[in-house]
Design a protein around this ligand. Structure first.
Ligand SMILES: Cc1ncc(COP(=O)(O)O)c(C=O)c1O
Length: 381
């Protein structure tokens, strides 16, 4: 039954030849004091609540595993994505007690929303740079949080370049989730913020997690979560990184053994993951801590999104944005391939964690994808 369950197929699956998980090395890149401080600060923010860890019982039964847990970040503050933990925490740390400061960032959407929200909380001015690929819905969300949004002609990389130039000229403090030479502290803060998800999970289930599927754009979320695993989990699960097939920079770098840029021919609908290059600090963690990489196609996104909403995987309705679906798509794809399933040692004892990294952060896109997914489902019903 598991073999024929849905027709999701991965584009590519690779194994990391340089795998060598070391808690010590990981916590040297992202020191424990950062992780502890992130939890201490964030858990005191107004409205803080652990996001739910939903058991996807129906999917687990279909795939013949013990448990599949879905960390539902659509419930993260009012921002509906895990990014609320990163940028806003970095703003909090950088701005603390300084008057008349302006923060800036370049973003695909969710990070900028977090920075805008963080700036509003501490009373800082905020300038957000977006590329042509970022929707007006996302821009409006940031404006609603009080940020000035500047649209730049070109892709994400171009928006970051312009952000750096203008910020330097104006003395604005850049709060970026990507690291570059001599710019590592702020991205480390954002990653420390993301580790809060693992701190929460360590108290939300008594089961030892055996497998973790992690989405990657520039790799910050994956590396932040891996740091959390190194700090808070007693047993180390298998770690599988997921990317869109056209933006598989972590996979390419892992295969190559060093950083490798991807030429994105077509932007993925999973906007937050459509990145050409792995960030410097995450790479130091990912290069040895990741067991496998898997890339997936956009075409399965609508169906997975609709099935989550229509309780086809769990007893609970889940609002999952486009990036969130990639966890489901890659897990089902890996289980549909008997060789890969065996290689990953996914079986009836497995407790699998996937990250529902965002909710309907772009409502227009969500509704559009839901409609397409619904049509597809009707054909099967
Ligand atoms: C919803 C969502 N998921 C995943 C990612 C990927 O995170 P990272 O770029 O830190 O790898 C992003 C990045 O913006 C995102 O917005």
């Amino acid at each position: 039954m598991a073999k024929k369950y849905l027709d999701f197929k991965f584009s590519e699956f690779t194994t990391n030849k340089n795998f060598n998980f070391s808690r010590k090395k990981i916590l040297k890149v992202l020191p424990e004091k950062h992780l502890l401080d992130a939890y201490k600060v964030i858990s005191k923010w107004k409205g803080y609540k652990k996001t739910p860890l939903v058991n996807l019982r129906i999917l687990s039964k279909k795939l013949q595993t013990n448990n599949i847990f879905y960390k539902d970040e659509s419930k993260r503050f009012s921002l509906k994505s895990f990014k609320a933990l990163g940028g806003a925490y970095a703003v909090d740390k950088i701005v603390k007690n300084k008057k008349k400061i302006t923060v800036s960032t370049a973003t695909a959407g969710n990070h900028g929303k977090s920075v805008s929200w963080g700036a509003k909380k501490v009373g800082a001015r905020c300038k957000i740079f977006i590329s042509e690929n970022v929707s007006d819905t996302r821009a409006l969300e940031m404006e609603k949080l009080g940020a000035d949004v500047i649209k730049v002609k070109g892709n994400y990389e171009k928006s970051l370049k312009v952000c750096k130039e203008i910020s330097r000229k104006n003395g604005w403090k850049i709060i970026q989730d990507v690291a570059w030479r001599n710019y590592e502290y702020v991205p480390k803060l954002t990653m420390a913020g993301y580790s809060v998800m693992i701190k929460e999970i360590s108290n939300q289930t008594k089961h030892y997690i055996t497998h973790v599927f992690l989405q990657a754009g520039v790799g910050g979320m994956a590396a932040g979560i891996i740091s959390g695993i190194a700090k808070y989990f007693k047993r180390i699960p298998k770690i599988i990184v997921i990317e869109p097939e056209n933006a598989n920079c972590v996979m390419k770098s892992i295969k190559f053994g060093s950083l490798k840029k991807v030429n994105i021919r077509k932007q993925s609908i999973m906007g937050g993951m459509s990145c050409a290059e792995v960030s410097l600090v995450p790479w130091r963690i990912l290069k040895n801590a990741v067991n496998n990489c898997v890339s997936v196609q956009d075409k399965y996104v609508p169906q997975a999104l609709t099935m989550l909403a229509k309780k086809k995987f769990s007893d609970k309705k889940i609002i999952a944005g486009e990036c969130s679906t990639s966890g489901i798509i890659s897990l089902i794809s890996c289980c549909s391939d008997p060789l890969v399933k065996r290689k990953l040692e996914i079986n009836e004892k497995s407790n699998i964690l996937i990250i529902g990294c965002e909710g309907d952060t772009d409502k227009n896109l969500y509704n559009k994808l839901y409609k397409i997914g619904n049509q597809k489902l009707k054909k099967y019903d």
